[in-house]
Design a protein around this ligand. Structure first.
Ligand code: MTE
Ligand code: HPA
Ligand code: MOS
Length: 789
């Protein structure tokens, strides 16, 4: 059980929902099917359906377009091209970058790029019409891979800074030469489809005087508002965007919901009818970007006892055809090249390759997993070469006391919980005993081998684009004492609304049932940031708290008067739906009595709240700064079993100890840890994005693209939240949780390497590709078994 925090008075019936287990506010509705998504909204009269005609070529000139035959079909209302856009033909998310036309003009840069938009009375009619639209292309040479882009020097320039982004400390070249052990090589991590259960969808309806209202499945309603306004040539006051909830986002709806919303709005403008666009799975997978694949070349120097003395690494990500968020994602990859390890001499550099692929985008971890993977591969190889337990090599390299607590970009790792997590998890998971047992098992089992690994994670919390770290809230109390909560964050299943409702109920001292979280809307809370960077609770929570504090202070004098302590409002406490004065428990008021009295006394019962993260910033030119408000930490022990005959594996047991500070709602956080971990295992072991020689996506549906299913969850899954670990200067001592646990899954790779290595002689350096699919594992087993030449 979670203790009642000290800030809550213990009478009468004082009970705050904060820091206590609780249900997800939509959990029952998710399971019964009653939760409403964009497609569940009642269809407005005259609703038309939109359909994207996408480029079938990775790179081509568009030489002819003719929609006359399509338009002659009854029920087809419009076929829209670039020239039909009244405002800016651009939906690129980064200010100052205009490299992403909503509809292609004379050139297409990837398969799936939108060329035309068909608007008709049904989806079937749309498809029929689309087949009649005549488009002629002149195919151009395409660049499809990072390797090709490097060869041809095709990189996406940073909009404001020189390429590459370099972060450097000390003298890595000299330290490498002096190092007794050298680990050099290359590695790749692959793409990952977001596979949110609800695909991209938007509905646009015209209002009076040329205004437009949208329902969009987006993590970033304010950006959808901005892009729609720009495309239509309107002021943002003419555009309202509402988000009921998403059936998952995972970063895939941070920027890439906007084009579909803009197309729906454009079509509504052109036809004067409401328009909805909802992609089917194959369209969604073909037309939207994925997690960035990364290539890295590294050169590392170790001492004989496994201390990482120097690291140089060169990273190139596959940005796809346009900027999108690729540079911010690359930055986060470089910031996480250290993970939990102190790198005395280091240089990391990164560039974004331009390829003729859909533009890759945010995905849980936002480059962090890709950066971290490199240093973890380096450590795994060193441990294998030196015949040391990789967990011990990791421990020897943890951040230590100052000055060995300085990251390569100069931020101090404060409140480092990694040593504590390491010690507690090693004991609770019985790592040492199990590792010994596994070595015994492996010695006696020829075709089945097991592996175990320990994976620590440190993840920086804050948008690295510092100004984005702001949020707002608008809290409304009605005279009957019930509350509507508006905040700038969106709900994608992660439980943000549950947490915000809990914070609000705690601040006002009312039961959670009296607080209703409203759908996110740009006319309630303006100028919001995306719900991203795991910062939803941190930022919006503070804003909600601020708004509630204003309201509480306004109500206090009203309650004080009724409680006969007029002139001493500070003595009034709001808790458990009551207002009272501690020590004067004979007289209590219901919250409703107070709000009715406040209304009668002409006291305003609505307020806004605002928060911005203090004291963060980063200088890209010097590669120094404090980009993060704090770090989240975690650790995982992962045990796997590998078949040397088929390359298949099972995850036998996972123990996680994760740091969420003082959890706002521990049940929600635990769900995030479980889901994040499994999604990470998917990225690293079974989800493989494949294209053919022409750039066509071969894995465009669940029959060829495999995400983890229930049966792929760890057979024995033990998730614990680090106790007694409040964080300073955050919402009620909590920490962000959305992304960090994904990276714990790198432990599965290390465990697989342990098992695969057991097929070979001692000190086998495992060569395992990512993702570690059965094919990749089988190849690695065969290489391990082959006698060294
Ligand atoms: N959990 C669920 N169920 N669905 C999601 O789409 N997105 C993840 C994470 N957890 C996601 C999720 C990502 S990428 C982020 S950045 C955070 O949730 C965003 O929400 P938060 O800031 O409120 O944690
Ligand atoms: N994380 C997620 N989304 C972002 C970030 C970030 O650090 N910066 C800009 N968008
Ligand atoms: Mo999450 S990748 O920051 O939306």
């Amino acid at each position: 059980m979670v203790a009642i925090p000290s800030e809550i008075p213990s009478q009468p019936e004082a009970r705050s929902p904060l820091h206590a287990p609780g249900l997800h506010e939509s959990g029952l509705k998710h399971t019964s099917g009653e939760a409403l998504y964009v497609d569940d909204l009642p269809a407005p009269p005259g609703l038309l359906v939109g359909h994207v005609i996408a480029s079938p070529h990775a790179h081509a000139r568009l030489v002819r377009r003719d929609a006359r035959r399509a338009l002659s079909l009854p029920g087809v209302h419009a076929v829209l091209f670039a020239q039909d856009i009244p405002g800016a033909n651009d939906v690129s998310p980064v200010r100052g970058v205009h490299d992403e036309p909503l509809l292609a003009t004379d050139e297409v840069h990837c398969i799936g790029q939108a060329v035309a938009f068909v608007v008709a009375e049904s989806a079937a009619l749309c498809r029929q019409a689309a087949a009649l639209v005549e488009l002629e292309y002149e195919v151009l040479p395409a660049c499809l891979t990072i390797g090709e882009a490097i060869e041809k020097s095709l990189f996406i320039p940073h909009p404001f800074y020189p390429n590459p982004h370099v972060i450097r400390r000390g003298e890595p070249e000299a330290a490498l030469i002096a190092a007794p052990v050298r680990i050099q090589g290359e590695c790749m991590t692959g793409a990952q489809d977001h596979f949110y259960l609800e695909t991209q969808v938007s509905q646009a309806v015209l209002e009076e005087d040329g205004a437009v209202r949208l329902w969009s499945s987006t993590q970033h309603p304010s950006e959808v508002q901005e892009k729609v306004a720009e495309v239509l040539g309107l002021g943002r006051h003419q555009v309202t965007v509402e988000v009921p909830r998403m059936g998952g986002g995972f970063g895939g709806k941070e920027t890439q919901a906007a084009p579909f919303a803009a197309l729906a709005a454009l079509a509504a403008y052109a036809t004067r009818r409401p328009v909805k666009v909802w992609l089917n799975r194959d369209q969604d997978m073909e037309q939207t970007g994925k997690r960035h694949p990364f290539w890295a070349r590294y050169d590392a120097g170790f001492s004989e006892d496994g201390r990482l003395l120097a690291l140089k690494a060169d990273l190139v990500s596959d940005g796809g055809w346009s900027n999108d968020l690729s540079h911010a994602i690359l930055d986060r990859a470089l910031f996480h090249m250290d993970n939990t390890y102190f790198l005395p001499h280091v240089e990391v550099r990164g560039r974004v390759a331009r390829t003729n692929q859909p533009s890759n985008t945010a995905f849980r971890g936002f480059g962090g997993p890709q950066g971290m993977y490199v240093v973890e591969e380096v450590i795994n190889r060193a441990a294998e070469r030196l015949a040391l337990d990789p967990a011990e090599v990791r421990r020897r390299n943890y951040y230590r006391e100052a000055p060995e607590n300085q990251t390569h970009y100069g931020q101090a790792v404060e409140g480092n919980r990694i040593p504590r997590i390491h010690a507690e998890l090693m004991t609770s998971s019985e790592y040492a005993r199990r590792r010994a047992e596994i070595d015994q098992f492996n010695a006696s089992s020829q075709w089945t081998k097991r592996g175990i690994a320990y994976q620590p994670v440190k993840f920086g919390i804050s948008f690295t684009t510092s100004f984005l770290n702001q949020a707002g809230a608008f809290v409304v109390i009605y005279a009957d004492g019930t509350v509507q909560l508006n905040h700038g964050g969106t709900e994608m299943g992660q439980g943000l609304h549950t947490k915000m409702r809990t914070v609000c109920a705690h601040e006002l001292g009312v039961p959670v049932e009296h607080v209703r979280v409203m759908t996110t809307a740009t006319d309630k809370v303006p100028n919001t940031s995306a719900t991203a960077a795991s910062s939803g609770s941190d930022l919006n929570g503070m804003a909600v708290k601020a708004a509630c504090e204003v309201l509480r202070e306004r109500m206090r004098p009203v309650a004080a008067k009724l409680l006969q302590v007029e002139g001493e409002p500070e003595r009034v406490v709001f808790s458990a739906g009551k207002a009272f004065v501690p020590g004067l428990a004979q007289r209590t008021l219901s919250f409703e009595e107070v709000t009715r009295a406040a209304y009668a006394a002409q006291v305003s019962l609505s307020a806004t709240g605002y928060y911005r993260t203090p004291d963060i910033g980063y200088d890209r030119m010097t590669g120094r700064g404090k980009p993060f408000h704090y770090y989240a930490f975690g650790g995982a022990v992962v045990e796997v079993e590998v078949s040397g005959l088929t390359g298949e594996h099972r995850v036998r047991r996972v123990d996680i100890l994760h740091d969420v500070g003082s959890s706002l709602v521990p049940t929600i956080d635990k769900g995030q840890v479980e889901g994040g971990f499994i999604q990470g295992v998917g990225w690293l072991t079974c989800e493989e994005v494949l294209i053919d020689a022409k750039g066509r996506l071969l894995t465009h549906s669940p029959d060829t693209y495999k995400i983890p299913a229930l049966g792929d969850a760890p057979e024995d899954f033990r998730v614990a939240l680090l106790e007694r670990a409040p964080q300073e200067d955050t919402i009620h001592g909590s920490k962000a949780v959305g992304e960090p646990p994904l990276m714990l899954a790198i432990g599965a790779v290390t465990a697989l390497r342990h098992a695969i290595g057991a097929f070979g002689p001692p000190r086998t350096e495992v060569q395992l590709a990512s993702p570690a699919t059965p094919e990749a594992i089988l190849r690695a087993v065969e290489t391990a078994r082959a006698p060294k030449r």
